[in-house]
Design a protein. Sequence first.
Length: 337
Amino acid sequence: MDKLFSKVKTPIWFMRQAGRYLPEYKKLRSTEKTFLDLCFNSEKAAKISLQPIERFDLDFIILFSDILVVPHALGQRVDFKENIGPILEPINNKHDLNYKKITSNLKILDPVFKTIKLLKMKNRRKKVIGFCGGPFTVLTYMIEGGTSKGHEKVKLKVKREKKELLEMIEVLIEFSSLYLIEQIRSGADIVKIFESWASLLDKEEYFDFIIKPNMRILENIKNVFPNIPVACFPRRSGSQIFNFVKNVGCDIISLDEKFPEELLEIAKKKNIILQGNLNPKVLIQGGKKMEEEIKKILLRFNNNRHIFNLSHGILPQTPIANVEKTIKLIRDYDETR
Ligand code: CP3
C-alpha cells in the first residue's frame, strides 16, 4: 500500500475526472451514438481514461466506464439520455433479471476488461483504478428506473419487500465480486466500490443493505487478491460511517464533504488511507474560496496518509483553469513540507 505514496506526498485524482468538462472528451463522445457504445469501445474508453492524465498528469488513472454496465449485463435495458441521465426499464425482483447465467453475463463486460488491459499497455507508470457500484446504489437505479430525487419506490420496497430486495442484493454481490476480480486479473491495481446512495438508509437497514454487501464483496476480493487495495465510498453515511469502517475491511475510504472528526484518528489506528474531499461546487467557483478550502483540507489531513480528491464527481461546468490551479496548489504545498 505504501507504493501508492512512493512518488508524491499527496497523490491526486478526481472523481469523474474524465467527462464533459473536457473538450477532448466531448469530441470523442460525439463519435459514438450512445454512452454505452462509448463505454464498450475499448480503444476509445482507454483514450478517454488517459485524457485527464495527459492534460493534468494526475497520479491515478480511473477506468472509463459506468456503474450501470452491471444491470445492463444482467439483462436490464439501460439507456443514457442526453441532459436527463440514465433511464432503466424498471424491474421488481430478481426474476426480471438473467441472474443465473453468470459466465455469459460477465462475458458481456469483456470490453471493460479489454480497456483495462489497454490502459496497462499504454501507460506503465500510473496505477489503474477499476470500479463498480455498491449493490444498494445500483439497486436504487434498477428499481427507480433512473436518477431519482426522493427515492420513494426503493425506500418503500426496503420496508415492504425486504426479502425480494435482499435477493436482488445477493445477485449484485455475487456478480460485482466476480466483475471486480476479473478487473484485477485484467490489470486493475486498486478497485473502488461507489455506494453513492448510502445516505438513504439507517440502523438495521443500513447494516443489511450497505455494510453487509460491501463487506461480502471485500471478502470475496481479498480471498483471491489479498494485497489489492480496495476503496469504499459510503457517501453521506453520517455517524454510520463508524459502523462501516468497523465492519468493512477496506483499505481506502473516500469521503464526502462532511464526516466526523474522530474518523481521522480511527483511520490512523486502522491504517486506512483517507481520500477526499473538496466540494465539486467549490472547484467551479474557484478564486480565494477554492484556495482556502484546499489549504484547509491539506492541513486537516496532514497527519494522515491522504489522497486528494473531490467529495463527489466533477461537474460539467468546471473551468479547466481551476483544476490546474488546484493541482498546482497541492503540489506546491507538498514542496514546502
Ligand atoms: O471517474 C471517472 O472518470 C470514470 C468514469 C465514471 C463515470 N461514471 C462516467 C460517466 C465513473 C466512476 C462513474 C460512476 C457512476 N455512474 C456513479 C457513482 C459515482 C457518483 O457519481 O455518485 C453513478 C451514480 C453513476 C450513474 C450515472 N452515470 C449517472 C447518474 C449519470 C448521469 C449524470 C451525469 O453525470 O451525466 C451517468 C453518466 C456518466 N457516467 C457520464 C460519464 C462521463 C456522462 C455521460 C455523457 O457523456 O453524456
